[in-house]
Design a protein. Structure first.
Length: 134
């Protein structure tokens, strides 16, 4: 089964935003991983920033991040749609279809979190993340 989840990016204030949305939606933070908890090399001042967080509230799931330190986060580029897939074949098909006339920002590859993952911007400017657990 495919699921689609909004992924929100913040310029350093992700934890504050997660707490805000948790209160607004009467939700629960179900995952929180900081850059310093991962194998991703980052400067010391970015290690306490959130690499990945999840909030769940009555059937709603929202994912969050402060984003990679080399990517500027601004209003307008801070929302991506994340699709979780169960089949690499289906992931390939969807990734290739969305990438047509678009821009691949990260090709599909195996990641340190145990998934095959890639990112792209489609021809309409919509940003996508495709994740397939191993």
């Amino acid at each position: 089964m495919k699921t689609i989840t909004p992924y929100l990016f913040f310029p350093g204030n992700c934890e504050e935003a997660m707490d805000f949305y948790k209160e607004c939606l009467n939700g629960e933070i179900t995952a929180l991983q900081r850059f310093g908890d991962t194998e991703m090399p980052v400067e010391d001042d970015h290690k306490r920033k959130i690499m990945h967080g999840e909030l769940k509230a009555e059937g709603i799931t929202i994912m969050f991040s402060d984003g990679a330190p080399h990517k500027e986060i601004t209003r307008g580029n801070n929302v991506q749609l994340s699709i979780n897939l169960e089949s690499e074949k289906e992931q390939d098909r969807i990734f290739e279809a969305l990438a047509e006339e678009g821009e691949i920002t990260m090709p599909l590859e195996n990641t340190f979190w145990g998934a095959r993952y890639g990112m792209l911007t489609d021809k309409y400017g919509v940003r996508w993340m495709l994740n397939c657990e191993e």
